[in-house]
Design a binder for this molecule. Structure first.
Ligand SMILES: C[S@@+](CC[C@H](N)C(=O)[O-])C[C@H]1O[C@@H](n2cnc3c(N)ncnc32)[C@H](O)[C@@H]1O
Length: 273
């Protein structure tokens, strides 16, 4: 399967302005696309800060584990330490390529228990069932309401009796910050700097994010975009109920010792306990 599965980049208003000003140097891509892979690696935290909370709940289940939107394997590798078979499903070929590189560097005993699959978490069909299905924080927000409903249905179809669905979601996203638009400079691990521009689209209950190099002379000038839906734990809890799940636990996820912004929802198909 090719990287063409990644959806077309969101054409944000900010990206239009930037691309018009840099001419042929400009490249527009999705944040998880191949052209953005270096930027992704440069600016994202790769520490598995929430792994212990996930691992603790996965331990209470039996059988293979399915991780959806596995990305570069930030959470996959610590979960492999639990000694379980893991299927890591991810849409972007670029992310999967980094995940495969990462797996090549871990002991064979771990690597051999990991199956990597390119697929869409909102509509997937695998030929096995799982004791736990997990999704890291920051992923469900990439789906529209219709896609989330596809996600819940696909997960139900793939859980063993007694299986658990572990889902990281923002604790609260009111969609009402002080400003409609804001820009901030962010440093990359390489020393390069980037500008992150976020714009609210209240009518669509979403935020458009545009990231570009701070250096206006960069060539190529890679502009990457993403659209993040406003969903929070209450809303996802309601949606899970409508999709036939009971939420059993709501665990605060604490990033870097600070105030928590995400929670881990632990859900199971209704009547399945
Ligand atoms: C915020 S990243 C999280 C990656 C990884 N789980 C982690 O915690 O580092 C979101 C991931 O979701 C992937 N993604 C976006 N839409 C997807 C879809 N419909 N199906 C599967 N993966 C998707 C992106 O390519 C990206 O790797």
């Amino acid at each position: 399967m090719s990287d063409r599965m990644v959806s077309a980049p969101v054409r944000t208003a900010r990206a239009d302005v930037l691309l018009a000003s840099v001419g042929e140097r400009g490249i527009l891509c999705d944040f998880y696309d191949e052209a953005a892979a270096d930027i992704y690696r440069d600016i994202l935290h790769e520490d598995s800060w929430e792994a212990a909370e996930y691992a603790g709940r996965v331990r209470g289940t039996a059988g293979p584990v399915l991780e959806l939107a596995a990305g570069t394997g930030r959470l996959t590798v610590p979960l492999l330490d639990l000694g379980r078979e893991i299927t890591a499903l991810e849409l972007s070929g670029a992310m999967l390529a980094i995940l495969r590189e990462r797996l090549a560097d871990v002991p064979a005993a771990l690597r051999d228990r990991c199956t990597v699959v390119q697929g869409d978490m909102s509509a997937f069909e695998l030929d096995r069932r799982f004791g736990a299905v997990v999704i890291s924080p920051g992923s469900i927000n990439l789906l529209s309401e219709a896609q989330r409903s596809g996600l819940y249905a696909s997960v139900r179809e793939h859980l063993e009796p007694g299986g658990k669905f572990l889902l990281g979601v923002p604790e609260k996203d009111t969609g009402k910050p002080d400003t409609l638009e804001r820009s901030q400079e962010i440093p990359g691990g390489s020393g390069r700097r980037y500008v992150l521009h976020a714009r609210l689209v209240p009518a669509e209950r979403a935020r458009e994010v545009t990231i570009c190099p701070a250096d206006e002379t960069a060539d190529p000038f890679v502009v990457c975009t993403s659209r993040i839906s406003f969903v929070d734990a209450d809303q996802v809890g309601r949606e899970l109920g409508e999709a036939g799940f009971d939420v059993l636990e709501r665990v605060p996820l604490v990033f870097g010792g600070g105030r928590h912004q995400d929670v881990l929802l632990v859900a199971a198909p209704s009547g399945d306990r």
